[in-house]
Design a protein around this ligand. Structure first.
Ligand SMILES: [Zn+2]
Length: 451
């Protein structure tokens, strides 16, 4: 806090030398000074910067000091790095239960997962599915009733009879006369942030050759857009990607998991359609069969409770092995990072996403992208501004620019040198307010309290 006398002397100085000093801040809420700013746009880091937040928005960015009056919370950023809040553009938030495990069905695990994301520096989440559960939770988040990253979500998916995702969670668009009013009612009731389409003609285990016709898909995407809803697709094969592109999809929920032609890579880059990377879902499920040690890494221990980690190493691991999912994902484990690097080189918009349910997996995703040869500075942009582009909220989120919502993370190490440094989190700011990381409901804090 600025002391009264100091505040007054600064104001006096500002009055006498107004022509040479940076603008004066009045009644500001938060000032981060002398920090290296990495703004998320891909611009070169700016050392010695000051960022002033008023209310929930970024009000001023200066390459030097900003004079200020009293009533400002000042964060000294010397030797530190300020980035926009990170985003996971593909998650499935668990409703208090981990599939296949005998744990209580209450909101504890959901709260822990949300707090774990904040602890991991994640301030925006794009969730898929879980309509009745997720939209009330989103309402609570938007009303400021819960401590949580921003929640964005799809509701029911679009699929076809006999195709991938044919089931109670989906609206089946091949029966268009029935599907169209269903979609409209769904949008009216829940106002989803995105519409997910499921197209996967090969399936993971068995061929599911039913996919929508291009006319059918085009009609459906049009209805979504007319209701202000962006569209994304779980597509798998090259044909699935081509069909989605031809029908006018707005985003892709995965990077292609099969060998892809140069032609498709070029088209995806030219069209500038954001893609969620999701390499870690394949890495996680393939790797857990013969190596569970990644679940012992510090960020997992800090944010996911031991019981759940134990179940991942036992029940979930067995399920992945027995279902042959681990074996099936071995080839995709290498293919997705390879394709991500090709897309990056071609100039496509990649947004980091995990298809998982915990904050630490996003940091695994960053490591996989770096290992694939994407420079760490580019990964920072993938985790921030590109995430906002994916969600369609780039006007308000994703970068540290004047007028945007103040979602930011202060790091003690340089993330443009190594994405590991994205875990060196000192402060997380959402909506201009500093989150009290010590009060989050995560194992790290319980361990401290137990000592
Ligand atoms: Zn998914």
């Amino acid at each position: 806090m600025v002391k009264g006398a100091l505040g007054r002397s600064l104001r006096t100085a500002a009055l006498c030398c107004a022509t040479v000093l940076a603008p004066v801040a009045a009644r500001a809420d938060l000032l981060i000074e002398n920090v290296t700013l990495i703004d998320g746009t891909g611009a070169a880091p700016l050392p010695g910067a000051s960022i002033l937040v008023k209310g929930d928005r970024i009000s001023l960015i200066s390459p030097s000091a900003i004079q200020h009056g009293g009533g400002v919370e000042v964060i000294n950023g010397k030797g530190k790095y300020l980035i926009p809040g990170m985003m996971d553009t593909h998650i499935h938030l668990q409703r208090g239960v981990i599939r296949g495990a005998n744990v209580p069905n209450d909101m504890t695990l959901t709260t822990e997962a949300l707090h774990g994301y904040l602890y991991s520096g994640v301030t925006s989440l794009m969730n898929y599915g879980g309509t009745e559960f997720i939209f009330p939770l989103r309402d609570e988040e938007r009303a400021g009733k819960i401590v949580s990253p921003r929640i964005f979500s799809s509701g029911q998916s679009l699929a076809v009879h006999g195709g991938y995702g044919d089931g109670p969670g989906s609206i089946l668009i091949d029966d268009w006369a029935k599907a169209k009013p269903e979609m409209e009612a769904h949008y009216k009731k829940w106002k989803p942030d995105i519409q997910k389409v499921l197209i996967d003609r090969h399936g993971v285990f068995t061929p599911l050759d039913k996919v929508p016709t291009i006319e059918n898909l085009r009609d459906a995407l049009q209805v979504s857009n007319e209701h202000g809803v962006r569209t994304t697709v779980h597509a798998a094969s090259e044909e699935d990607y081509e069909l989605s592109l031809a029908a006018g999809i707005d985003a892709f929920a995965h990077v292609i998991r099969y060998p892809a032609s140069d032609r498709l890579i070029a088209r995806l880059a030219t069209k500038q359609i954001p893609m969620s990377t999701t390499a870690v879902v394949f890495e996680y499920i393939a790797r857990i069969a013969d190596d569970t040690t990644f679940l012992d890494e510090p960020l997992f221990k800090a944010t996911v409770n031991q019981e759940i980690l134990g179940l991942q190493k036992a029940d979930e691991r067995t399920r992945y092995i027995n279902s042959k999912m681990s074996a099936q994902y071995q080839s995709m484990r290498a293919m997705v990072p390879t394709n991500a690097k090709r897309l990056y080189d071609a100039g496509a918009i990649l947004a980091t996403g995990t298809d998982r349910t915990w904050g630490p997996t996003l940091h695994m995703e960053f490591a996989l992208m770096q290992k694939a040869g994407i420079p760490p500075a580019a990964i920072v942009k993938m985790a921030t501004l590109n995430g906002a582009l994916y969600i369609g909220r780039q006007k308000d989120l994703g970068s540290i620019e004047r007028g945007k919502l103040a979602d930011m993370v202060l790091l003690t190490a340089d993330p443009t040198k190594d994405v590991k440094n994205l875990q060196a989190i000192e402060a997380v700011i959402k909506d201009g307010k500093r989150i009290d990381l010590k009060k989050l409901n995560v194992p790290a804090n319980k361990q401290t309290m137990a000592k």
